[in-house]
Design a protein around this ligand. Sequence first.
Ligand SMILES: *[C@@H]1O[C@H](CO)[C@@H](O)[C@H](O)[C@H]1NC(C)=O
Ligand SMILES: *[C@@H]1O[C@H](CO)[C@@H](O)[C@H](O)[C@H]1NC(C)=O
Ligand SMILES: *[C@@H]1O[C@H](CO)[C@@H](O)[C@H](O)[C@H]1NC(C)=O
Ligand SMILES: *[C@@H]1O[C@H](CO)[C@@H](O)[C@H](O)[C@H]1NC(C)=O
Ligand SMILES: *[C@@H]1O[C@H](CO)[C@@H](O)[C@H](O)[C@H]1NC(C)=O
Ligand SMILES: *[C@@H]1O[C@H](CO)[C@@H](O)[C@H](O)[C@H]1NC(C)=O
Ligand SMILES: *[C@@H]1O[C@H](CO)[C@@H](O)[C@H](O)[C@H]1NC(C)=O
Length: 461
Amino acid sequence: MNISKLFLLAFCIIASLLLVSVQGRLHNHTKHKHGHHPISQISVPPSPSPSPEPSIPSSTVFDVRSFGAVGDGLTDETLAFKTAWDTVCQFESESESPATLLVPEGYSFMIQSIIFTGPCKNYVVFKVDGTIMAPDGPDSWFKSNSKRQWLVFYRINGFSFQGFGLIDGRGEKWWDLPCKPHKGVNGSTLPGPCDSPVALRFFMSSNLTVKGLKIQNSPQFNFRFDNCHGVHIESLSIKAPSKSPNTDGIHIENTDNVGIYNSLIANGDDCVSIGSGCYNVDIKNITCGPSHGISIGSLGNHNSRACVTNITVTDSVIKYSDNGLRIKTWQGGSGSVSGVTFNNVHMDTVRNPIIIDQYYCLTKSCLNQTSAVFVSDITYKNIKGTYDVRSPSIHFGCSDSVPCTNLTLSDVELLPAQGEILADPFCWNAYGASQTLTIPPVFCLLEGIPRSVLENDIDRC
Ligand SMILES: *[C@@H]1O[C@H](CO)[C@@H](O)[C@H](O)[C@H]1NC(C)=O
Ligand SMILES: *[C@@H]1O[C@H](CO)[C@@H](O)[C@H](O)[C@H]1NC(C)=O
Ligand SMILES: *[C@@H]1O[C@H](CO)[C@@H](O)[C@H](O)[C@H]1NC(C)=O
Ligand SMILES: *[C@@H]1O[C@H](CO)[C@@H](O)[C@H](O)[C@H]1NC(C)=O
Ligand SMILES: *[C@@H]1O[C@H](CO)[C@@H](O)[C@H](O)[C@H]1NC(C)=O
Ligand SMILES: *[C@@H]1O[C@H](CO)[C@@H](O)[C@H](O)[C@H]1NC(C)=O
Ligand SMILES: *[C@@H]1O[C@H](CO)[C@@H](O)[C@H](O)[C@H]1NC(C)=O
């Protein structure tokens, strides 16, 4: 190394040391100066300054640590997150660039149930590069907090929840509550309210992006979107054990214009569940399993009216799952499910790869009723792979009074994962056609449009 390189190196070291100490001082200084309202100076876009460096984009980044968060995984950081959120949400950016709340890499933040409320002044980015974790089970939950939700985003328009970090719901003690199925003494299920929190709930919000994050061990649903418009979900990894109760991956209801892309979901319940009031939902390149598959429903519970339309699932994989592509409705409901396309879905050892169940019932003692959610215009195209022979590969169990219509199958090839094909495809009151030969062949679909559908006033939503 020659002399000039040495000088350069020394200069760099000194310069960076200076920078660190300046930032450190600013940080500590502002904390004292602003007390409970700590917008630190490095967080505010610098006004024209003599500095030769242009203003850095990170000037609108608010690190939770500058609001008092410690990040040791033990301290309760709820208040720091709340203050940080309020600051970011109310921040008026001069450049219109989004304000970012940063959860830094290398730190772990334990927070109690919290509602991040909008509307905010600008687009807000919540960037999780470190870890956010829930309290460790029901005993650590604040008694006054709802046990039905952990992190809630409410009334926010224009929001991105992203990063390469981890959201850890620490659900184990919730799954093991004696009121959960077979978790009581000697495998019993104790009665009583058995609420467990949804890890991430987005409520009455719009223009949302959720991207990149890992979510693990939610006490209940991982994601729940209700009454939201415009949701883009991408590159998530969602994990919970296959035996964890009710840990649906992504649940949406009364939510429209949703895209779910390039994500991996392994959990103990539905991979994606689509409830009433959802339309324009596009799901592409997701891998589910182990899970209970992709589900539309359950719909029509307690004689309710349900409307679901324009749903597509393409280029996806479902493996080691209790169901594949499922539509489930209760007896006695009304409304309709229509315009659903499943295209290019690979199955690996799945029970019920293709199933419509209009007799959905959790107790096995539901009475048959005369009304039902009308199911029509459902396309299954290029659905291939293997199924678990304990159930038929194709099951269309439609309502007695309201048949399913226009079910179309093409390029369906489902082979037993092991052993022989045991059960033929099952149809009950199901109208439609196979447009190509399928494996197994489906001879049980009825042709045409049933008279009851033509004659009766069917509620098509
Ligand atoms: C800032 O505060 C932290 C913790 O209180 C302390 O460890 C650090 O030395 C302080 N830095 C400066 C530059 O005073
Ligand atoms: C969503 O937010 C982005 C970023 O601010 C903005 O460009 C876009 O117009 C918004 N979309 C809608 C539908 O409001
Ligand atoms: C659990 O099962 C064991 C062995 O069968 C029995 O002795 C015990 O009384 C049972 N406990 C309860 C609470 O039922
Ligand atoms: C599909 O998603 C996986 C992540 O699960 C990703 O690695 C891959 O690049 C995606 N494929 C396409 C074509 O986007
Ligand atoms: C169906 O939903 C897609 C988005 O998934 C949307 O682009 C399309 O316009 C919708 N079709 C109708 C008829 O609304
Ligand atoms: C309801 O109807 C279906 C189809 O007709 C039948 O298989 C089932 O046994 C009935 N269930 C009850 C509880 O009557
Ligand atoms: C059957 O469903 C397909 C796909 O949703 C739709 O394009 C077609 O128009 C429907 N056919 C009839 C006769 O309604």
